[in-house]
Design a protein around this ligand. Structure first.
Ligand code: FNR
Length: 342
């Protein structure tokens, strides 16, 4: 008998994936990546404590599902039906019980859960999260086992490599034994930065040693056009590839028929930002990361002065689009006021 649940279960084989990126991977960017052909989109890392504090609210106006922090009424995670079968929520955690609870908060609205085991930032390391877990494999495995048991959707983890290739393979075998559906490997150590070359041969050794899909990550420096994604996949011998920085700069890298001009990408991004009432500072941040040096131009300078979604849209000839959509959202604004003051 074919089980419906299995049919819908996210498969990590032969996929091209938008990598988790703090502040970048809010809903508009994830939808944009899906528009352009990404198969799976990861959220930014969300910390377990914060997710556990959230309540779930269906936002009728936006047709989204919002997870709102009870302590300050901010939207921590916004999602919608369009991405339900493709979105993986990444959790930052150092504790099995909290990780399991956080995963259960969002389980019904996402396709998978990922545990961040690669973040090298002080904030993560001091809290025993991210790459700190690489040096505490028993804790890392306890977290994965707890989440795998707590939810029905697949669980993955995203790691960095260790200094030694055999140690890294041994670690991955332990992690795989917890029942995770796939492991994503960024081919740099905790101390290595983007300028260091990605250890593609480590990733290859891991993918040869494991029975589950291994997702190759860390190749952005060499990924300029779609064909480079396939090259990276072949070099690492992996089943799937995950892309961060190249997609941050121009998300249309996922298009099989070639990248789009940046201004088209920005306009496509902005429409999603307007549709889902993405906050202006986050929208601006994402566009700034796309523009890079172009911020020196006249339009770039005007952009830097903008403070509202309407002002940003005016600069990209989407002013009317924004005005009309925002008019329709009056109801939402009342809803949001309720959340803040009740
Ligand atoms: C990241 N990265 C990252 N990784 C992760 O596991 N969780 C996260 O929240 C983030 N946040 C983040 C923000 C930004 C702005 C960047 C550039 C990167 C790391 C990222 O997912 C990836 O592992 C590395 O960037 C290497 O892949 P690329 O860039 O070579 O494709």
């Amino acid at each position: 008998m074919v089980c419906m649940e299995n049919i819908k279960r996210l498969c990590y084989d032969n996929k091209i994936i938008l990598a988790p990126m703090v502040r970048i991977n809010t809903l508009p960017m994830r939808l944009l990546a899906l528009d352009y052909g990404a198969d799976i989109v990861y959220t930014e890392e969300l910390i377990d404590h914060r997710l556990i504090r959230c309540y779930r609210k269906v936002n009728e106006t936006l047709e989204s599902v919002d997870f709102i922090d009870k302590s300050d009424a901010t939207v921590v995670f916004r999602t919608c039906s369009r991405e339900k079968h493709n979105v993986v929520l990444q959790i930052g955690t150092s504790d099995p019980e909290r990780a399991a609870k956080a995963a259960q908060v969002v389980e019904q609205d996402v396709a998978g859960i990922d545990i961040n085991m690669g973040c090298p930032k002080d904030f993560s390391l001091k809290g025993g999260m991210g790459a700190a877990l690489l040096f505490h494999p028993d804790k890392a495995c306890a977290i994965l086992s707890a989440v795998v048991s707590a939810v029905k959707i697949p669980v993955t983890c995203k790691i960095r490599v260790l200094q030694d290739i055999d140690d890294t393979v041994a670690l991955c075998k332990k992690l795989a034994a917890t029942g995770v559906a796939a492991i994503c490997v960024h081919g740099r150590t905790i101390n290595e930065r983007p300028m260091h070359s990605n250890r593609n041969h480590f990733i290859k050794a891991i993918s040869e040693a494991l029975d589950i899909p291994v997702i190759a990550n860390g190749g952005s420096k060499e990924i300029k056009v779609f064909e480079d994604i396939i090259k990276f996949k072949n070099i690492t011998g992996c089943s799937s590839v995950m892309i961060a920085r190249t997609a941050e700069k121009n998300c249309s890298i996922f298009k099989r028929d070639g990248k789009l001009e940046l201004f088209t990408v920005i306009r496509d991004y902005l429409r999603h930002a307007v549709d889902y009432d993405n906050v202006a500072p986050n929208t601006k941040y994402c566009i700034q990361n796309m523009l890079q040096n172009i911020q020196e131009t006249e339009q770039g300078k005007l952009f830097l002065e903008s403070t509202s979604l309407q002002q940003i849209c005016d600069l990209w000839e989407l002013g009317d689009y924004c005005r009309q959509k925002q008019k329709k959202m009056n109801y939402l604004r009342f809803e949001e006021r309720d959340v803040v003051y009740n």
